[in-house]
Design a protein around this ligand. Sequence first.
Ligand SMILES: NC(=O)c1ccc[n+]([C@@H]2O[C@H](COP(=O)([O-])OP(=O)(O)OC[C@H]3O[C@@H](n4cnc5c(N)ncnc54)[C@H](O)[C@@H]3O)[C@@H](O)[C@H]2O)c1
Ligand SMILES: O=P([O-])([O-])O[C@@H]1[C@@H](O)[C@H](O)[C@@H](O)[C@H](O)[C@@H]1O
Length: 560
Amino acid sequence: MPPHSSPIVCQKSKNCVEAKPQALLVDSPFTRRDGDTLHSSYTYRRNALARDATTGALKVTPQVHDFRFRTNLKPSRTGVMLVGLGGNNGSTALGAIIANRHGMSWRSRDGTHTANYFGSVTQAATVHLGWDGSEQVYVPFNDILPILSPSDLVVDGWDINGANLYEAMLRSKVFEPTLIDQLRPHMEGIVPKPSIYYPDFIASNQSDRANNLIPGSSKSAHLTRIRDDIREFKQKHELDTVIVLWTANTERFTEVRAGLNMTADELLAAIERNEEEVSPSNVFAVASILEGAHYINGSPQNTLVPGIVQLAKKKNVFVGGDDFKSGQTKIKSALVDFLVSSGLKPESIVSYNHLGNNDGKNLSEQRQFRSKEISKASVVDDMVAANHILYPDGKGPDHCIVIKYVPFVGDSKRAMDEYTCSIFMGGKQTISMHNTCEDSLLASPLIYDLAILTELSVRIQYSSDGGMTYQPFHEVLSLLSIFLKAPVVPEGTPVGNAFMRQFSALTKLFTAVAGISSDSDLQLEFFSKLPAGKAIGLASPLVAKAPVQTVTDDALPGLV
Ligand SMILES: NC(=O)c1ccc[n+]([C@@H]2O[C@H](COP(=O)([O-])OP(=O)(O)OC[C@H]3O[C@@H](n4cnc5c(N)ncnc54)[C@H](O)[C@@H]3O)[C@@H](O)[C@H]2O)c1
Ligand SMILES: O=P([O-])([O-])O[C@@H]1[C@@H](O)[C@H](O)[C@@H](O)[C@H](O)[C@@H]1O
């Protein structure tokens, strides 16, 4: 079977940038290319675990599960509608796409810079595939499967403020003036669509921004208008996929209760009766889902109430969230994993930062700060639960979150963290770090990744019954967790925050879908004689004339 090469054939669109040909050829009897569809099989190995009722011993039963994947290799024409387009993140994300499309360079005190997508996992990270006999081989993440470039995305959105995107960039103070000047002709003509503003959900200090509103106070009428916006955007740009992504202000939490939002019908009825407790982000999420658009929450509020998840399931769209994991928390999700994996016990974590952007201004009010505090504080829970030696009672470290609004520093967030650990023989280790960055330059690449991987997920279906039936991933797209502080996950499944585990899960998933053996960090070949290699996978290969390698479970390497 000739190896399949999956050139990125981006659907021609006004904004489609010609993508580079795929550089990866997968040669396996367990993948089959049928036009634009890649069929692959994957033997998923896991341990069935159970406590012995009498001895309490942990019984471990290694098992294999035969998955089939079916992937449309053609990235779809995709639009992203940003709620909060005129904000620091929104204007930065759009401006950077335009700068990359045009290959812009600009000068600053540090010299000349050229547009890039650093900070994006899909565009600037690599994936380890193994050892080729002379070197470790890493390939670009976007070589594993055909995915969109951010430059392919059609972007539009809403804002309660009517500033055009040139004015928004000036206000944000994120880009150098020499870049803003180049972007001006491309951005000045873009004005966010009018949005909805329910004052009780964001800080009162935001009221002076609200000059670009959909008229009236009927939430049902607002829902209809936003649905119309999404539909018109999709039709105007002849899009196949639309993703609505909330990068507007942090809202206070909404109540979650029976009669309000526990079911899709309850939430739709609550909107119909103009229920006070229905938030703007609830309305955007419902509008998106009803229009078949996927909805991602980049902020910490609890938008994805049970009724919205249920509606997403009914309408077969993805939802994801919460709160971009961009800076201080992202570092924490890697550092605490390292400390706990080293057998060192974080006893206190103090995360302080101050910033002077509008996000910081909105967070300076308690109810909005509380939303952020919850998402920032939850990030170590899985790592604490992973080590009963260090945390026998499950009680985690003292964890303090402080955010202060200091207008003068603008988007340049100054984060100071202190980690104090118990170490060997009563010792203590204190790690302090200072981290300064333009917050929006860390968050904007995540907007791309969230959208690009949502679009890729739409093109993947899996089968658990040997290829008889196929279905999409669960409507709550928890594979996006690496980009989010407080990942929303399918009910009954655990939240994982440890950064490198999230990265490994993401790269192993897409290499498996591509028919590539999961990278084994074991690398036994470096300290043992490697047995002869053989193609593995399902007992029934996907291709008619595969080598006669009837691989049965008990013949699988490692299980004999
Ligand atoms: N590094 C980061 O920047 C980062 C990291 C994690 C999370 N976040 C979250 O992302 C969000 C955006 O951050 P930002 O720095 O761009 O903030 P920002 O205040 O600059 O932008 C938010 C924009 O949303 C608009 N807005 C508010 N309510 C709206 C509504 N109902 N409809 C449409 N627009 C509305 C505001 O006018 C503003 O332009 C915030 O919730 C923030 O907490 C940011
Ligand atoms: O991602 P991270 O740096 O931990 O968290 C950030 C906070 O520290 C910051 O104060 C807030 O304004 C940003 O929205 C972001 O949430």
